[in-house]
Write a protein that binds this ligand. Structure first.
Ligand SMILES: CCCCCC[C@@H]1NC[C@@H](O)[C@H](O)[C@H]1C(=O)O
Length: 617
């Protein structure tokens, strides 16, 4: 799905700003709110989660529907004879969309874009846009919500009559089976855009071959593939009207081709590398017989290959070592709302830390973060919102079909980003119960692994991120291209005892050595309250977090097939309230307002000495 672009053939109108907002019911919303002005609305900024924007009411406890509304006006000359599309970069978690009182449709899933063709429905002059959003999560949504009364890390004294009576009496709430706050609403940009009636619907660029072993700044022959998909009335007859011009990062034309699909060899290609990005632009031109069939689109891309081979993760044929973290889209006031300034600051902190990568835990992030990483040479593991799953889900057919759609949509959106080097199907699905439960997980995830490989034009590696589990009974993780481990030896188990933690880690790594796959950490860490210290750092102290990484890293350094260390987490982040969380999860090596804890300085020094390539030979 192409990101909206303004050019000679297209126009983009942002619908961001302050909308009207009102909370509605648990299971529905008043129909009249979709076609007439909201009664006594409150202001709500878009993009942004609604939860933290108003202190007159507790929007952290919303369970069910809210309604956003705004009017907008368009001049006749900009929409006449054009295709007009209404696009949501995301709406969390489910949305019903109405334009001038007519329901355009619905969308399920809170982290990927969706759009409606509103040609002939949007009018010159004033239009009323109403969006109803449901924040409920359950056993059939991604992410997963518990349908009982306890969330992930929630506490309970089940069985006590008074407690059970209180649970029955309590007002319904979301019970996330995941460890991040369920921020909701119009978290990302909303826009209208126009295209000609026959238009460029999609562009896919792949790297077919490169000259391996090039040093930084060196060039060599490379071949790329491209495929342009057209849409609209005359799409089927216009493939030969497509021209593709490849421009280097200075805008100079370095190659051209005609036809909707083909290969182009550049004799002196600059490769995209971690820490040394180089972006080209594929300028796609559709020259129809009339203006209504003439379109253009600029698609940036990077020339690089990705491959798993001999227990190594190769980028442009060189063994890459992941240095980084799991992150969250999480910040004061914005909640999960997209914030380009924070993205720019976080990327500067990734550089400051001498890191080179992160995982989009635990959902696809906003597109502008991937664009930033493309230009900054930062590597991304792109993850679906499948977090909190366990064996009842593995036979849930509607959920499986939704998971398939999420994988298709995520890859369709992110396929051209050179920063994206691997897809993660899920985070910490519980699947080590053995027997038919472990088998049911394998039956669920194997087709998803195959689907990701099938729908990705670049055929990148595919993984799944497994939690601290009985790895001998986990039949799924070992089938992935890369084994991604979330391990908390010394925190959630063998707590405070780093000697025993290292022993146990090596005990498990000896087992993985026999599996013959590349292995990396996608999570390891310790909750840390900034300002807590000790001469013999105990848990929650800054010294313990530093010692934790120092000790564990010394062990993984001994394993040549251990290809990366992504710790948990880049920064502190908000979760549900509970006995295990103090204003959220404190495993950040940075505080939520991005100040470094002691471990950040240790890691910055460690990672300064670890090269992007060849660290393990
Ligand atoms: C009992 C072992 C469970 C370990 C689970 C560790 C969790 N992984 C997923 C992340 O979203 C959580 O924040 C992390 C944690 O709790 O800090």
């Amino acid at each position: 799905m192409l990101y909206p672009q303004t050019n000679d053939a297209r126009l983009v109108f942002s619908l961001d700003g302050v909308w009207d907002f009102k909370t509605a019911g648990e299971t529905d919303y008043p129909t009249e709110w979709t076609s007439a002005a909201l009664p006594e609305p409150i202001p709500m900024a878009v993009p942004g989660s609604y939860n933290d924007q108003n202190d007159m009411t507790d929007l952290y406890d919303v369970y069910g529907w809210v309604v956003y509304q705004r009017t907008f006006s368009l001049p006749e000359r900009t929409i006449e004879g054009q295709r007009v599309v209404l696009r949501f970069d995301a709406a969390t978690h489910a949305a019903d969309v109405y334009l001038n009182g007519e329901k355009l449709g619905s969308h399920k899933g809170g982290f990927l874009p969706f759009e409606f063709d509103v040609t002939g429905k949007v009018k010159a002059g004033d239009n009323l846009l109403a969006v109803a959003i449901d924040n409920r999560i359950n056993q059939s949504t991604l992410p997963i919500g518990n349908e009982g009364n306890v969330a992930f890390f929630g506490s309970d004294n089940a069985g006590i009559p008074s407690v059970e009576a209180g649970k029955r009496w309590a007002k319904p709430q979301n019970r996330p089976n995941f460890d991040f706050f369920n921020f909701a609403g119009l978290n990302r940009h909303v826009e209208l855009y126009t295209t000609p009636e026959t238009y460029i619907a999609d562009v896919a660029v792949t790297t077919k071959s490169v000259t391996e072993g090039l040093g930084e700044g060196e060039t060599g022959p490379a071949t790329i593939g491209y495929e342009v998909t057209l849409g609209g009335e005359f799409a089927a007859k216009r493939d030969d009207h497509v021209t593709v011009t490849i421009q280097d990062e200075f805008g100079n034309t370095v190659a051209t081709a005609t036809g909707a699909k083909g290969e182009i060899t550049l004799p002196a290609a600059h490769l995209w590398n971690p820490g040394a990005a180089y972006l080209y632009t594929a300028h796609v031109d559709l020259a129809g017989f009339a203006e209504s069939e003439s379109d253009e689109y600029d698609q940036t891309f990077g020339i690089r290959t990705v491959e798993v081979k001999d227990q190594k993760f190769l980028i442009n044929g060189k063994p890459f070592y992941f240095k980084g973290f799991g992150k969250h889209e999480d910040s004061y006031f914005h909640g999960r709302g997209t914030d380009q300034l924070l993205n720019v600051k976080d990327v500067s902190l990734i550089h400051w830390l001498n890191a080179n990568s992160f995982r989009t835990s635990h959902y696809p992030y906003a597109e502008n973060m991937y664009d930033l990483c493309d230009r900054e040479g930062i590597v991304i593991i792109d993850e679906t919102p499948a977090v909190g799953m366990s064996w009842p889900q593995y036979t849930n057919k509607p959920l499986f079909e939704h998971h398939q759609q999420v994988i298709r949509d995520m890859i369709a959106r992110d396929k051209n980003h050179p920063s994206v080097v691997m897809w993660s199907l899920a985070n910490e699905p519980w699947y080590d119960q053995g027997g038919e439960k472990s088998e049911s997980a394998l039956k669920y995830f194997t087709p998803l692994y195959e689907l990701a490989h099938e729908v990705d034009p670049q055929n990148r590696p595919v993984t799944i991120v497994c939690c601290q589990n009985d790895y001998t009974k986990d039949l799924v993780t070992r089938t992935m291209d890369v084994v991604c481990l979330n391990r908390y030896y010394g925190w959630y188990n063998l707590s405070g005892d780093l000697d025993a933690a290292c022993y146990a880690l090596n005990y498990e790594l000896d087992w993985w050595e026999k599996i013959g796959k590349p292995v990396m950490f996608t999570e390891y860490g310790a909750d840390t309250m900034e300002g807590v210290h000790g001469t013999h750092g105990k848990m929650w102290s800054e010294e313990y977090q530093r010692d934790y990484f120092a000790r564990i890293d010394a062990e993984i350094d001994k394993r040549p097939w251990f290809i990366g260390e992504q710790l948990w987490n880049f920064a502190d982040f908000v979760t549900i309230q509970g006995t295990m969380r103090v204003e959220g999860n404190r495993k950040g090596i940075l505080t939520r307002d991005r100040q470094p804890k002691m471990a950040a300085h240790f890691l910055r020094d460690r990672w300064a000495k670890i090269p992007n390539f060849g660290y393990k030979g």
